[in-house]
Design a protein around this ligand. Sequence first.
Ligand code: SAM
Length: 399
Amino acid sequence: MRIYDTGTGPQREPEPDHAEAQHAARVREHIAAAVRGAGGWIGFERYMELALYAPGLGYYSAGARKLGAGGDFTTAPETSRLFGACLAQQCAEVLIEAHRGSILEIGAGSGRLAGDLLEFLEAAGTPPRRYLILEVSADLRERQRAHLQARLPRFAGIVEWLEAPPPDGIDGVILANEVLDALPVTRFRWDGAALEELGVGLGDGGFAWSARPAGAVLDAHCRVLRAAAGSAWPDGYESEYCPRVAPWTAAVTGALREGAVLWFDYGLPRAHYYLPQRDQGTLLCHYRHRVLDDPFVRPGLQDISAWVDFTALAEAGSAAGFEVAGYTTQAYFLAGTGIDAHLRELAGADAHRAARLGNEARRLMLPGEMGERFKVMAWTRGFDRPLSGFALRDLRHTL
Ligand SMILES: C[S@@+](CC[C@H](N)C(=O)[O-])C[C@H]1O[C@@H](n2cnc3c(N)ncnc32)[C@H](O)[C@@H]1O
């Protein structure tokens, strides 16, 4: 198995402790029962859904630590307050127009971004009317609550956790950082003449990839993906696509009346995502800050994700009645929302702090780090003012 950690070369694979190993065994048995119950085969989308979201068992449903030093991965808001400072600037532009609108954050992780946004927006004189959080993980909800209670008790009256997307109208901003990549994906293989769906069966050593002829819906969809790639896929080409992008995004953004939706994630436009040379797809697993490529080990203990097809996301936005108002890289978004000025302001006269923030800014912005892999897309409804995050470089023409 390939195993690496950015910049440090091959590493020894981290081992789960006894309790974790027992948890993984329970998750494995739960999924194996689903495979047996389905006659010996489930699609990968179902496998990923169970591994991430099975009640009380899945990676996001049970108590794994996930974010931060003791967890599995580090996100942009965990890397630096500069991310929140820039995003607050973008939110302020919308909240002012929406007459002190609200923010809905989807998948709020440790709660750090929520805390940063509330602090920066308050300092700018544009606090949101309400800060709503839609979070699937019960333990992360508790972590968010504890973080915000300890850090910003004065905001207790406006922060609210939702069980489901809000049914009533919201004016303001809906945002999600690194949530779309967790939506379960369908895996497929092209054998040069026909398409197969890659699913999961049971082999001697546990779960094993198992192929079936693709159904008509998957076949038709992959024809579109193949055409977007511009040249033929080689025999054995494997990749994935996310059938849930349109229905899920429509459900979680449907309440927005006036304002913007901001999506941050790693991904590519369709024509690049499905290039023939990207012949193993983009599935990634994270476990204790290592990136691994086998989704069948440690089910329930490791995160499983796939890159986002931003063309599909733009299509979903248009279908849901939004205008796709901007698409750019994280680096250009942060530059457009004034990361240099925020760095100077946060550093003040402290040279050590300036150096630390400089390092954090490089992690967020350099092409080999998060700067180019991560993209930002804005959807708007009833809002037609320019958004500064997309002013420096708008890449919508690549979608
Ligand atoms: C990779 S973490 C990112 C956390 C945070 N946005 C950040 O940038 O630090 C993914 C977050 O999305 C949540 N999540 C995953 N799937 C979700 C879903 N379908 N609906 C709502 N939240 C979800 C997870 O529990 C977690 O809080």
